[in-house]
Ligand binder design. Structure first.
Ligand SMILES: [Zn+2]
Length: 310
């Protein structure tokens, strides 16, 4: 028989929301300050690489981030262009950051990174692969994805794009994992909104210059991810964030840098961009523009927690 205390504890365990990190499930309130879209390693060339070297290059950059108070990094490199769950787990353990990885395929860049089987299989067969990763693990590990990452060109959606989005929707219905879709601007963003609305994280939304499109997508329930924060883009990012807040959609805004990028095949992995600009320069500038600390906390802590669970 349960006593009263055990009963309430079991109730709490049943209702507590967790997020899958590369080191296993973590209660959502532990995620803290979160960067929603970064990369550790991206391998467009398929070059072989030394995982120890990639680890040595990336670790100090992740430690810098932890020192800034960041606690979670969402790693957005999909399978077939360099997703390396084992490397991410090792880096997560060493840096103490929570790192999240994904399932799904990248059909931007004229579909050249879409794996052979995806052309032949049905949306349901593709979804079954992603659902299996979500339930069992990635690449022979027990590491489970926290979201579905898809990429499509600016549009209109091709047949393979549409099939992958359908597969994403089937995965979402089976697992609750949202669809983070690399689309940029263009007609594809609108088409996807029509297909998936509330499960949609509009990746690279900063490429769309018309703020009305952001507001319309937020009104439909999508998440607006402004993920290319850097020195050149900072001013434009601040303008979109302020427009979304003014329209009442603070709770749909996600920001990040799309930074990192150890590149196999280049000496030493090429030029690895650190992750600290957002903390050292961008957030202070956002605050000077009139966005309050409470709103910044919503964007950096509360919104990531909600998009990764609800
Ligand atoms: Zn990216």
């Amino acid at each position: 028989m349960f006593n009263r205390r055990q009963f309430f504890l079991s109730l709490l365990a049943a209702t507590a929301k967790t997020v899958q990190t590369v080191r296993g499930p973590v209660p959502v309130e532990k995620l803290g300050v979160t960067l929603m879209h970064e990369h550790v390693l991206v391998n467009f060339t398929g070059a072989t690489y030394d995982r120890d070297e990639a680890f040595r290059v990336a670790l100090p950059k992740l430690e810098d981030l932890y020192d800034r108070g960041c606690r979670t990094l969402v790693e957005c490199t999909p399978d077939y262009i360099g997703r390396d769950a084992r490397l991410l787990r090792r880096l997560s353990t060493a840096s103490r950051l929570h790192i999240l990885t994904n399932t799904g395929y990248y059909a931007a860049a004229n579909d050249k990174y879409v794996p052979e089987h995806a052309w032949k299989e049905s949306a349901q067969q593709i979804a079954n692969r992603w659902i299996t990763e979500s339930r069992i693990g990635i690449d022979g590990t027990d590491i489970r994805p926290a979201f579905v990452k898809l990429g499509v060109d600016a549009g209109p959606l091709s047949e393979i794009d549409t099939k992958l989005i359908e597969a994403g929707l089937l995965t979402y219905r089976a697992t609750g994992l949202k669809l983070h879709v690399h689309t940029g601007n263009g007609i594809a963003a609108k088409q996807i909104l029509g297909l998936i609305d509330k499960a949609y994280v509009w990746v690279h939304a900063q490429n769309e210059k018309d703020h009305r499109a952001h507001i319309e997508a937020a009104r439909a329930g999508a998440w607006i991810e402004l993920d290319g924060v850097n020195e050149r883009s900072a001013e434009a990012h601040i303008a979109v964030i302020r427009a979304l807040i003014a329209a009442g959609y603070l709770n749909r805004v996600l920001i990040s840098q799309d930074s990192g990028w150890y590149r196999p095949g280049e000496p030493g992995g090429g030029r690895f961009n650190g992750y600290t600009f957002l903390f050292d320069s961008f957030l202070p500038a956002l605050k000077r523009s009139g966005v309050s600390d409470a709103h910044i906390r919503t964007i950096m802590v509360d919104n990531p927690a909600r998009v990764l669970t609800s």
